[in-house]
Design a protein around this ligand. Structure first.
Ligand code: RIB
Ligand code: CA
Length: 310
């Protein structure tokens, strides 16, 4: 089977860690590289966490590159209330002893995209800062990236404000640059990721597997439990695993072609991903897809299988 070359850009928080564990379990994927970006937590934490999670699953061969420590324009806003001070909900895992990569994310991603000659799939699961910088510094990269399968945005609603999802809100200007680049974007926003949830039985099952990887899952989610209680939301949404699993199993997801444009001037609406999905008006430029549904059972069973396998 010809593996799909994938680049993951992450702000390595709690659900990012689940996405990395799941990605390394998917035999369909060839993870060419990983880059870290500030968002859920500082760049320093995101970089260390990505290295350490990959080492924990036995994949310290996958190189991790440092990216941006702040958004393009607005000040950095993190989410320690959800992901803890260290980005992994306070869970402690062994430090990776893999060599420290010093090449910047935007240069490493560019080299990888050229190497895979138009086949590389880029999966941002944090703010889009690194991707936007890559496009600005190396404009010809648009010819080398097959598609961007991203976690972020929402055709309807928001989580960090009523209008905006966290990843896009943290760096709306970067998101605007990426959506305007012309690279096909598959947007896995809250519309679908809130349906990609682990229920209490799923959580208990994974937490009971008794291996170091499932122990990380068990020990890192407690802050999210508190947030979801306040929101009266019963599930544990695995936002970041959606674009990863889609890349290997596109038939498990339901997408709709549309145009997506970013609100970067608003105050109340800053960071809203405006789509023409549910309107008679249609944008001329419609090179995106918004995803609205998934086959949750298959998705959840894959995540459980990934944690059981260690
Ligand atoms: O809104 C959910 C997104 O914000 C996820 O990527 C999560 O990791 C946080 O970064
Ligand atoms: Ca993330």
């Amino acid at each position: 089977m010809k593996k799909i070359p994938v680049w993951i850009d992450t702000d390595t928080g709690v659900d990012d860690a689940v996405a990395l564990v799941t990605a390394t379990h998917l035999e369909e994927l060839n993870i060419v590289g990983v880059s870290a970006v500030s968002g859920n937590t500082s760049l320093e934490n995101a970089f260390r966490n990505a290295r350490d999670v990959l080492a924990l699953v036995g994949r310290k061969d996958i190189k991790v590159y440092p990216g941006s420590d702040r958004p393009l324009v607005v000040p950095l806003r993190t989410a320690a209330h959800v992901h803890g001070q260290n980005g992994l909900g306070g869970a402690e895992i062994p430090l990776s002893d893999a060599p420290l990569e010093t090449m910047k994310a935007w240069d490493a991603l560019y080299e990888a995209a050229k190497e895979y000659k138009g086949e590389l799939v880029v999966c941002p699961i944090g703010p889009l800062t690194n991707i936007a910088i890559t496009i600005a510094k190396h404009p010809d990269i648009v010819d080398y990236i097959k598609e961007i399968n991203m976690m972020g945005g929402a055709a309807d609603g928001g989580n960090i404000t009523p209008c905006a999802e966290f990843n896009v809100y943290v760096d709306p200007h970067a998101a605007e640059n990426v959506f305007k680049s012309g690279i096909p974007v598959n947007m896995f926003g809250l519309d679908v990721t809130l349906k990609a949830y682990l229920d209490d039985d799923d959580i208990a099952e994974i937490s009971s597997y008794g291996n170091p990887v499932s122990d990380l899952f068990r020990d890192s989610n407690h802050l999210i439990y508190e947030v979801r209680e306040r929101l009266h939301f019963s599930g544990l949404a695995e936002h970041d695993s959606c674009p990863i699993v889609y890349t290997a199993h596109p038939d498990w997801f339901e997408g709709h072609k549309c145009g997506i444009f970013l609100e970067t001037q608003g105050t109340i609406t800053l960071g809203k991903t405006v789509t023409d999905l549910w309107t008679d008006f249609k944008y001329k430029d419609r090179h995106c897809q918004v995803f609205l549904d998934l086959q949750r059972d298959k998705f959840m069973n894959l995540i459980k299988e990934a944690y059981r396998s260690h």
